[in-house]
Write a protein that binds this ligand. Sequence first.
Ligand code: CA
Ligand code: CA
Length: 479
Amino acid sequence: MSTVRRAPMSVLAVLALLVSLLAVSLTSATAEAAPASSGSPAYDRDHILVGWDHSLPQQARADVHAREGGEVANRLESIDVDVVEVSENQDPNEWVARYQRNPQVAFAELNYQAQQTSVPTDTLFEDQWGFHNTAQSVTGSFVRGVNDWDIDAPEAWDAAFGVGSFPSTGGTRVAIIDTGIDRAHVDLLNKTQACASALAAIGVLTNGTCSDDNLHGTHVAGTVAAHTGNTLGVAGTAPDAQLAICKALNGAGLGFVADIAACIDWSWKTAGAKIISMSLGSEKGTSTLERAVKDADAAGVLDRRDAGNGYDSAPNYPAFYPEVMSVASFNQAGVISDFSTCNSDVEIAAPGEDVWSTFPENTYGVISGTSMATPHVAGAAALVMSELGLDAQQTRSKLKTTGVSGLSTGGRKECTSYPALNLAAAVGEADPRLHRLRPTPAPSRAASTTSRAARRSPAPPSTAGPGARPPRAPRAATR
Ligand SMILES: [Ca+2]
Ligand SMILES: [Ca+2]
C-alpha cells in the first residue's frame, strides 16, 4: 500500500491562507492579551473594534471618537471598522459598552484573540478521522467521511494543554484489560506503569508480564494514550494518560471470567487505575464479573466497556451491568457501525471503524470494532478526570451530557441515536467560535520512516471472551 496520499491542492491552499491570516493577526498584535477566563477567550486589552454603517460620513465618525475619547490606531476601510486604542489602565469592556450606547455606532466589540488549533505532528494523524474528520480519505477505508463526525480532539487538547503542547505524563491512570501491550513500541514507551497477566483460567495474576501476542491490546492502548505530537505514528485520545495493563486474553483473543475478574480487581486495588477499559465481552453474565465490577464501581473506578460486536441487541457482559458504561461504535460518516451492538444499555458512541493505532513491533494498523470505540471513551474519561478533577460518576455524566446528537442509526431499528462522544465539549473548550477559524489540517506527510503496516491483518482475533459470538464479517478486519 502506498504511504503517500494525494493532498488536494484546494485544501492546501485554504490551509495556507488561514494559517497566514491567523499568524498575521497574532504576531502583529503587540498588545497585551487578557487571559481567557472560563468560557471566554482572551482579548486585546489595548484596543476595541468599532464598526460603522457605510453611509456614515467620516466627520460624524470623528465626532463620535472625540466624544468617547478614542484614538483610531487603524482603519479597516474595506469593512468600515476602526481599531480604537483604549486608554491606559482602562477596561476595554467598559469602552465597548460606552461605544455601543452611541446610536451612530453600528457595533463595538472586543478584539478577541484567535489561535490556530494545533494539529499534532504525528505522521498518521491524518488517518485518525475519529480525532479530526475533514471528510479526508482514510487509508484502508472505503467509507466516505462526513466533515466533523469526530470527537474534536485537537480543540480539546488545546483547551487542556495549551496550543501545541502534548504532555505525555501527568494524566489519569487507565487500566486496559486485553491481550497485553508491546511496551517497547516507540509510541507507547514508558506509558505502562503497571503490568500483570492472568491467563491460567483460575484468576491467578503474574505481576510484571503483559506482552501482547495478539495485537488487539496494543492497538487499544495506542488509542487511549499514544505519545502525541512526537512527529511519529498516531496520536492518543489522552496524550498524558498512564497505563496499567492486565493481560487476560490470550494470543487468540480469548480469556476466562476468573482471569478477567482478577484483572478488574488488580486494576484499582494494586495498579491504582481510575478507569478500566475493557474491549471484551461475553453473552453470558456471571456473578463473578458482576461482583468485580460492582467492587470497582464502589471504589470510584469507571468501567468502559464496548457494547459488543453482536450485530444485534443482545446484552453483552460485562457491558450490560449498570456499573459499566457501554460504548457503541460509529463511523466517519456519522452512522452507527453495522457491527455494533445496540441495546438499552448503550450510553455513548465513539469512533470505531477504520481506526488507526499502534500495532506490535513499532508498526501501525487499522482495525474496526466496538473494541476501538471503547478506548476513545476511556481516554476521554481520563482527560476529563485530570482536567476537571471530576470523580468517576461525574465523569460518566459529563461524557454523556456533552455528547453530540444526530448520529444516524443506519436504519437499524434496535439502535437509537446515542450521544456521540465529543472530547472538546467534555473538557470545556475555551471558545467554540474558534471552530470557525480552524484551518483545515493538511499535516505534511513526508514519507515516514516508521513502518506503516497498513492493514496488517492476521486472522482476526475474537473480540471477546468465552462464548462470544464470532463477528459476522462484511469487512475483513472487524473486531
Ligand atoms: Ca472536528
Ligand atoms: Ca505519536
